[in-house]
Write a protein that binds this ligand. Structure first.
Ligand SMILES: NC(=O)c1ccc[n+]([C@@H]2O[C@H](COP(=O)([O-])OP(=O)(O)OC[C@H]3O[C@@H](n4cnc5c(N)ncnc54)[C@H](OP(=O)(O)O)[C@@H]3O)[C@@H](O)[C@H]2O)c1
Length: 349
């Protein structure tokens, strides 16, 4: 079997999760991770036996600290068949211009990058539930952010079942302030986003959606909660009809007894899920309401875990041009999504 050589450029919240999954995928030759700052995460990467690549001008500084780096970021890119860029929001654009384009290397970018405008990095946003096949053979693709991935995962099954009976979607997006691993403090305030990117991002893969998103950041580190209001042209379907749409959906759990997002994150840690991630959205059936022509679905979205299997699916489309069903099986084997879903549904029944 010819292995595909993959380099993960960036080792933050997303990069380190991608590294722990892809480094054990048997059809990947894991080149290593890119690191830009000397901190305790370098040691973590080395302890995990990853090759660490750093900017050329920092090689000496890393080595002076006794950190055994393998080479430069440039060398890592040149040794790879595909780069997964996991730079901080907006950092992917420079990497594309200075490295990937020059060296003719395909790349996956994360959801913090621009799809439009002068810093656009790709001409499509991937959502495995909606446009997996469109990424096949592409050179540059953005993996939608956690919220955008979650919205696609909830909207598409509804569209397939109810079609143009759905008139409009409104989403109130309640976002965590920081991830659990972030060192920044959580501010005691509720902040609004004057220009949320999510509705345009979702429309990139569901162009016909009449979708309006408002986003609020709250003092929490535990997941995101979306309250999606779906307006129907006639009387709304029943609660059971709505839930039925998600019974066999990959990466969607239907749970009942959680009181909040923190319960789910804590349970994921207790159950020993890697990084404390569930990698999915969780529909809270206890707050699913049908009122006249409106269905209100509240679901939590595992911000850090959600996009990791999505990246794995995307690379299978881009590099292996694999049918979606086969790719889902491989991703499920690597991330145990079905097993995690079952456990969560049992724990919160
Ligand atoms: N966190 C989430 O929940 C989440 C969810 C979905 C999508 N995303 C998206 O994923 C991307 C990464 O987010 P994150 O949360 O992982 O950020 P993060 O934790 O702040 O990590 C960013 C990483 O970028 C590295 N970096 C610095 N300069 C770089 C360069 N020139 N090229 C490549 N990497 C560089 C940093 O390395 P050093 O530490 O060595 O300086 C750091 O490890 C963003 O686009 C974000 O919007 C994040």
């Amino acid at each position: 079997m010819v292995l595909v050589r993959i380099f993960i450029n960036g080792y933050g919240n997303i990069g380190r999760r991608l590294a722990s999954a892809l480094s054990v995928d048997k059809e990947i030759q894991f080149v290593g991770v890119g690191k830009y700052t000397i901190d305790d995460k370098v040691k973590e990467a080395l302890d995990n036996h990853y090759n660490v690549f750093v900017p050329k001008e920092m090689i000496v500084a890393f080595k002076d600290k006794g950190l055994g780096v393998t080479g430069t970021v440039q060398e890592a890119v040149s040794q790879s068949d595909l780069v997964i860029d996991a730079a901080m929001e907006g950092g992917g654009y420079d990497n594309k211009k200075k490295l990937y384009e020059l060296m003719k290397k395909p790349a996956i970018f994360q959801g913090g990058e621009d799809r439009h405008g002068e810093h656009a990095v790709a001409d499509m946003i991937h959502n495995s539930r909606v446009n997996y096949s469109k990424a096949s053979g592409k050179t540059y693709v953005i993996q939608g952010s956690c919220n955008v991935s979650g919205m696609g995962r909830v909207m598409q099954p509804l569209i397939e079942k109810f079609g143009n009976r759905i008139k409009r979607y409104d989403v109130e997006l309640i976002r965590r302030w920081a991830d659990l691993e972030d060192t920044k403090s959580v501010k005691d305030s509720i902040e609004w986003d004057r220009n949320p990117h999510h509705q345009d991002d979702v429309k990139d893969f569901i162009p016909g959606a009449n979708l309006y998103v408002d986003a609020f950041k709250v003092p929490s580190r535990m997941m995101h909660l979306h309250q999606m209001f779906i307006r129907f042209s006639d009387r709304a379907p029943t609660k059971d009809e709505i839930l039925e749409c998600f019974r066999n959906e990959f990466g969607v759990a239907i749970i009942g007894s959680a009181k909040g997002t923190g319960d789910i994150r804590k349970k994921a840690h207790e159950l020993g899920f890697a990084h404390g991630d569930t990698n999915m959205v969780h529909i809270h059936q206890d707050i699913l309401r049908v009122q006249d022509d409106i269905v209100k679905i509240g679901y939590s979205d595992d911000q850090t875990g959600m996009v990791i299997p999505e990246n794995h699916l995307l690379l299978q489309s881009m590099v292996f041009k694999r049918p979606r069903e086969e790719a889902l099986k491989r991703t499920d084997n690597l991330f145990h999504i079905s097993e995690k879903r079952k456990k969560l549904e049992e724990e919160f029944n």
